[in-house]
Design a protein around this ligand. Structure first.
Ligand code: SAM
Length: 259
């Protein structure tokens, strides 16, 4: 008897620009019968990228979950059991704050063949879009990626403040006040450069600069919103030349710290 079981491929869609899909991601989309996609995945061009596929929007907005996670997992399994090649298209990389691990586990438990195509994570690419390298030989030899979705504990803040290097926070806008206050409380230099990069790789990309002690005021002034990546560290000084805000922030920081 021929098995009619299909399969599931978790595909990292990168930070939103279809040019940042991998070749493997494009091939998986071309071959897909069904695509379940997220809000931050590159969905605007999906009809062209996945011409044969039924497209299902399971996108979540902050604080609003149109399709609960267990229902997404149920849909993946049900479509694969019908014999479909199912693509689960996620923003960035499926295994970076993307619940990819849970979806792989759900498929395995159901006996569905599942594979993962990694994607370009926003944790590295969105800072890069603003000209910020997360490491730099003379400034930062480690970077830490943190979810700011839930408040950080005092222990986590203390570790982060003492680690050095670059801190990259995803989903951190809501909790930015408690994060910046906690880092300062545990000894981080209030002059530490900070950047908030919104909507990376879109026409609406914007970077707001400040320091640990000023970024809340700057963010409020700019009306910063999600999705955004927060970068804390000396590397923020390297933000793209020609950006007026970056130039002002660099001059400001230099004046504050002296020669
Ligand atoms: C649920 S997490 C998923 C992260 C994703 N798996 C990754 O590897 O990039 C969503 C968060 O990623 C960040 N993010 C994703 N794409 C972004 C973009 N184009 N511009 C700014 N931030 C982005 C934001 O912090 C957003 O709240």
């Amino acid at each position: 008897m021929i098995s009619r079981t299909g399969n599931v491929t978790l595909v990292g869609g990168g930070p939103g620009d279809p040019d940042l899909l991998t070749v493997a991601a494009v091939r998986a989309l071309e071959a897909a019968d069904v695509v379940l996609y997220d809000r931050l995945a590159p969905h605007e061009t999906l009809t062209a990228l996945a011409p044969r596929a039924e497209l299902i929007d399971v996108g979540k907005r902050p604080g609003h979950h149109p399709i609960p996670q267990d229902e997404i997992e149920r849909l993946l399994v049900a479509h694969a059991r019908n014999g479909s090649a199912v693509v689960r298209l996620k923003g960035g990389d499926p295994f970076v704050f993307g619940r990819g691990g849970e979806e792989v586990e759900a498929c395995r438990l159901a006996g569905i063949p599942v594979r993962v195509i990694p994607g370009v994570t926003s944790a590295i690419s969105v800072p890069a879009a603003a000209g910020i390298p997360v490491t730099h030989r003379s400034m930062s030899r480690l970077f830490t990626v943190v979810s700011g979705h839930a408040p950080l504990s005092p222990g986590e803040l203390e570790h982060l403040a003492g680690l050095g290097g670059t801190i990259v926070i995803l989903m951190g806008i809501m909790n930015l006040p408690s994060i910046t206050a906690g880092l300062a409380r545990f000894g981080m230099d209030p002059q530490m450069p900070v950047a908030v990069v919104e909507q990376g790789y879109s026409a609406r990309q914007r970077t707001t600069f400040g320091r640990l002690s000023t970024i809340l005021t700057e963010s409020a002034r700019a009306g910063v919103g999600s999705p955004a990546v927060v970068v804390i560290g000396e590397v923020v000084r390297l933000a793209r030349d020609g950006d007026a805000h970056a130039a002002a922030a660099l001059a400001d920081a230099a004046a504050a710290t002296g020669p």
